[in-house]
Design a protein around this ligand. Structure first.
Ligand code: 6PG
Length: 249
């Protein structure tokens, strides 16, 4: 399955496009199902997009529920917490369903899986959008190369056996990531170029196993793969001006 690829000349247009994709998915979900269930990732790449979403207040609505593709096993106040990143940028209007990183990892995974089963019923949880990153080693969410977590078929949420960046993690499993209606993967920086090329070549890295995900890249991250896709004209990009969704009447 191919991956649509969009390459951006700078971090701001990259972030604005990510916002446009998130808001578009929320609008479609609202129109079709009167609710939007999205899963966000941590890391540094999405921060600016999250800040813009927070400024626009576009996810601060009772019909939007924010979940996590993964979480580090740390308290929510910890700088490494993905919940803290989202709460500080997007904001938490009482609609953020965090993974409890402060409890025992396997218990946190079981608890989050129960929450998802309660929310989605027994079918695979079809998030309206999953916003994912790509690690330099090709991981996505907290699914790392050659990790035992990649093999799971029954579980929706698992704790990593290993620590990664000093902590164990809790992560959605591949079947859940691939059950989503839409997935977008964000990657910037030359250190991601090799992993991005692996994804585009259908390689073995976990990020390559996210079927059909749209890739948003900067030119450095796209450097190792196909020629940059046509750049969207400035006027095609979402005009985030000073208005913002929150001011629309
Ligand atoms: C996390 C993320 C992880 C991240 C990649 C890329 O918890 O860290 O879910 O999968 O998306 O590691 O991280 P950067 O955006 O910091 O490069």
């Amino acid at each position: 399955m191919t991956h649509p690829v969009e390459v951006f000349p700078d971090r701001e247009s990259f972030a604005r496009r990510a916002v446009e994709i998130v808001e578009g998915a929320v609008d479609r979900a609202r129109a079709e199902r009167a609710r939007a269930l999205i899963a966000l990732s941590g890391g540094s790449t999405p921060r600016r997009a999250y800040e813009l979403l927070g400024e626009r207040g576009s996810l601060a609505a009772p019909d939007v529920e924010i979940f996590f593709a993964d979480e580090r096993c740390v308290p929510p106040s910890d700088h490494a917490s993905n919940y803290r990143l989202v709460a500080e940028t997007v904001g938490d209007a009482g609609n953020v369903r965090r993974i409890r990183g402060e409890i025992e990892p396997d218990d946190a995974a079981l608890e989050y899986e129960s929450l998802l089963r309660e929310r989605f019923g027994e079918g695979p949880p079809a998030f309206d959008l999953l916003l994912l990153g790509i690690g330099a080693d090709g991981h996505t969410a907290s699914l790392f190369p050659d990790a035992p977590e990649l093999a799971g078929r029954e579980r929706w949420v698992v704790a990593t056996r290993e620590v990664h960046a000093w902590v164990r993690r809790v992560t959605l499993t591949l079947p859940v990531v691939n059950a989503g209606r839409e997935a977008v993967m964000l990657a910037t920086g030359a250190e991601k170029a090799k992993a991005v090329a692996e994804v585009l070549a259908g390689g073995r890295v976990p990020a390559a196993r996210v079927l059909g995900a749209r890739l948003l890249l900067d030119e450095a991250a796209a450097g190792g793969s196909q020629p940059p896709a046509p750049r969207p004209r400035a006027d095609e990009l979402l005009d985030l001006g000073t208005e913002g969704a929150g001011d629309e009447t």
